[in-house]
Design a binder for this molecule. Structure first.
Ligand SMILES: *Cc1c(COP(=O)(O)O)cnc(C)c1O
Length: 447
């Protein structure tokens, strides 16, 4: 049951089939090149694409645009302290800005940083410091069909192996990403968080939580971890975050806003270092690249993110989409994560080899069939890796209704029904940097 009614609407439009066909061709069979006006349901990302509440819109008016000492910043500080428990906050324009100012302070050239799984911008920032980002997921994270309540967990065993190799003195930080975005949005248990805390104490590392989806993670904990079935989402969030020394946050995720981010921490020395870098790269320490309006919206959004009605509705909608898909016999990654449903394009198109990008073929078919825009996370986005051919359907927060969810499922069913006729693609144009080719490369269908 939904906890919302609409107060404002935005017109959307499903272009005719011939138009969709022409749009795809004009976009070089890359949906990043599509105009959003020609997309009916946009599942490209849930980052900054959600709907703000009436309370957030009202808060915008209160935005204090003062350069220094803005009241809005103090409201954000209070929200971070109340919801997340950290006394020190350095604002940033979005999550990656927060990563830049934190990891620049913590990590030196030649270091190694451990993470359950580095999110792509995190990996890039660690590498940008001249350090080595190493993933330590639990083994079941790699297995598409493995059951498991907490497939996002950090493997202490893997972490220990790496530390033995490189030496504890070269591991300044261990990061725990909740939920584990790059591992299909799977949650991390509080028990695992405690183990990572002990591990950090043992090797003398700073414990950083990548808290972008901390509320979704806390919701899963209340559903799945025996110790917390009677706790509120807000209580679990506080408990889980309490084990970390610092957190990086993207306001575009569980901040329920369209832009913004911050670093939060407990240690005054680290705070000072991050703050100075924030002034250098983001903006003065009481706005950090955000307008006062954005800061107000984020302060309200953080509090809303841990409200039971919101988070049950949010995760429930993603679960509903995944369950409908699974009931129709469509190949989806199990268990369903907090923000997205992942389809296995390898199962849709066993006749299309990795060099012809089965995931991208599925993305194109979903648009052609129903105007639904998703994103490929397989051999096209990650060249030279042996990742499964995944297609992600990320659900924006508080945005789509049951009818939209049903349309998505109908669309996927149509594609499944004619899956044998679908052909692969080849790249006709690509940028020099292979790692980011999926954003701009152009393709065409194989004859
Ligand atoms: C989105 C995200 C980031 C980066 O945040 P942006 O606001 O997109 O810059 C970092 N880590 C995780 C886990 C994320 O989901």
């Amino acid at each position: 049951m939904t906890a919302y009614k609409s107060k404002m609407v935005e017109r959307i439009h499903l272009p005719a089939r011939e138009e969709r066909e022409a749009n795809l061709e004009a976009a070089g069979y890359n949906v990043f090149n599509l105009d959003s006006d020609s997309v009916f349901i946009d599942l490209l990302t849930d980052s900054g694409t959600g709907t703000m509440s009436d309370q957030q819109w009202a808060a915008l008016i209160r935005g204090d645009e003062s350069y220094a000492g803005a009241r809005s910043f103090h409201n954000l500080e209070s929200a971070v302290e109340d919801v997340m428990g950290f006394p020190y906050v350095v604002p940033a324009h979005q999550g990656r800005g927060a990563e830049n100012i934190l990891y620049g302070a913590l990590v030196d050239e030649g270091d190694t940083v451990l993470n359950n799984t580095h999110f792509d911008t995190t990996r890039a920032h660690i590498a940008n410091q001249g350090a080595d980002p190493v993933d330590c997921p639990v083994p079941e994270a790699r297995d598409l069909d493995a059951e498991g309540d907490f497939k996002g967990n950090f493997s202490i065993e893997e972490g220990r192996k790496v530390v033995e190799e490189v030496g504890a003195e070269n591991v300044p930080a261990v990061v725990l990403t909740i939920t584990n975005n790059s591992a299909a949005g799977q949650p991390v248990s509080v028990e695992n968080t405690r183990e990572v805390r002990e591990f950090c104490d043992e090797i003398g590392a700073t414990f950083v939580l990548d808290a972008c989806r901390f509320a979704e993670n806390a919701y899963f904990v209340t559903q799945r971890e025996a110790e917390f079935t009677d706790s509120s989402v807000a209580e679990v969030a506080r408990e889980q975050l309490s084990y970390a020394d610092a957190a990086v946050m993207s306001g575009k995720k569980d901040g329920l806003s369209n832009i913004g981010g911050f670093v939060a921490c407990n240690d005054e020395t680290l705070f000072e270092q991050v703050k100075q870098r924030g002034i250098l790269y983001e903006g003065f320490a009481t706005y950090g690249g955000m307008s006062g309006r954005d800061i107000e919206a984020l302060a309200v959004g953080l509090r809303e993110a841990v409200e039971e009605a919101y988070i049950a509705d949010r995760v429930g909608q993603v679960q509903y989409l995944g369950q409908l898909m699974a009931e129709e016999g469509l190949p989806v990654f199990q268990p369903i994560g907090g923000h997205a449903v992942y389809l296995d394009a390898g199962e849709f198109f066993p006749h299309i080899p990795a060099e012809e990008f089965p995931g991208q073929a599925l993305v194109c078919e979903l648009y052609r069939e129903g105007g639904v825009r998703c994103v490929e996370l397989g051999s096209f986005a990650f060249p030279d890796s042996d990742r499964p051919e995944l297609v992600r359907m990320a659900v924006p927060r508080r945005t789509y209704h049951k009818e939209h969810i049903e349309h998505i499922v109908e669309t996927a069913k149509e594609v499944w029904a004619h899956r044998e006729e679908v052909t692969g693609l080849e790249i006709t144009k690509e940028p020099e940097m292979k790692e980011i080719r999926h954003f701009t490369a152009e393709l065409e269908p194989r004859a």
